[in-house]
Design a protein. Structure first.
Length: 292
């Protein structure tokens, strides 16, 4: 079975190169690198030179929390559908992910579960999200225009959102159930093709303009309101710790996470840092190599 790996990247390009090297000839790789980030021509050439990398480009300026990340995901889907005509499964990961199973285990897992789609989802409102999560849609979040990693833009954004809350300026919600979940997934070719062909079903893509982290609602809501609903397994095969660690939420993983990852069913772990996660990365890289 052939697989397509779709990667959205914005940092730690040494790890991205290492991640790309984790896959063999059964995998085609597509990479979108945030256009806000400077990437040296040498680094880009190295990525594009790998035989398994079918595309590595900078197309969209992706501000954190904005809809451009959805655009980057749709671009990756289009590239993979067009170029990997025999790929049966598509896997969306970030450039800070780590492959934690050897490739034979990885391929066997999907050989035995053909037709199943792996996507975390839950109905909104959800108690694990601030205010249940529907506030992401009810208020305008102009994050494609404002880069809240910059202090000035963050102050402007906070004032604008607070003004909407205090003046009770809300937008109506769609008249169908809204689902949320992790951005990362493993889906069949037919499902990815459905997403690409129907991404604006009932005006859903248009409604995601000026919403907060729409990639955590986009696929879930589209598929859970589709004929493919029954094919979805509510687990995305990723090991992620939603806690503060090493200055990040989700946590930057380290060697202390190795036993928990080994006892999970995860195929990928995130997020990692080539410096902080060095021992963890080396452990899984060496373990995979010994099982080839």
């Amino acid at each position: 079975m052939r697989h397509a790996i779709l990667i959205t990247a914005y940092t730690d390009f040494f790890h991205l190169i290492d991640l790309t090297n984790s896959f063999n000839e059964d995998f085609d790789i597509y990479i979108h690198i945030d256009k806000n980030i400077y990437v040296s021509p040498i680094c880009l050439k190295i990525l594009q030179s790998f035989p398994r990398v079918k595309s590595a480009e900078q197309v969209f300026h992706v501000n954190w929390g904005g809809r451009k990340h959805v655009d980057a995901i749709l671009w990756l889907c289009k590239q993979a559908l067009s170029l990997s005509t025999d790929a049966e499964y598509f896997h969306l990961i970030s450039g800070t992910d780590l492959l934690v199973k050897d490739l034979q285990q990885f391929c066997n897992f999907f050989d035995k579960r053909k037709g199943a789609n792996f996507l975390e989802y839950f109905l909104l409102p959800y108690q694990g999200w601030e205010s249940g999560g529907l506030n992401r849609l009810q208020y305008k979040h102009p994050l494609d225009q404002l880069n809240i990693k910059e202090l000035h833009d963050r102050n402007v954004y906070n004032r604008f959102v607070n003004w909407q809350i205090t003046s009770r300026r809300t937008r109506p919600l769609p008249n169908y159930p809204i689902y949320g979940g992790s951005s990362w997934w493993s889906l069949t070719r037919d499902t990815v093709n459905y997403i690409y062909q129907n991404y604006n079903q009932n005006g859903w893509y248009d409604r995601l303009e000026d919403t907060f982290i729409p990639e955590e609602m986009f696929i879930q809501t589209l598929l859970l309101n589709s004929p493919l609903k029954e094919s979805i397994v509510p687990y995305n095969l990723r090991y992620i710790q939603w806690e503060h660690k090493h200055g990040s939420i989700p946590a930057i993983l380290d060697e202390e996470d190795i036993p928990k990852i080994l006892h999970s069913c995860a195929l990928f772990a995130r997020k990692t840092d080539s410096r902080i996660s060095k021992k963890l990365i080396n452990y899984f890289n060496n373990n995979r190599s010994s099982n080839l």
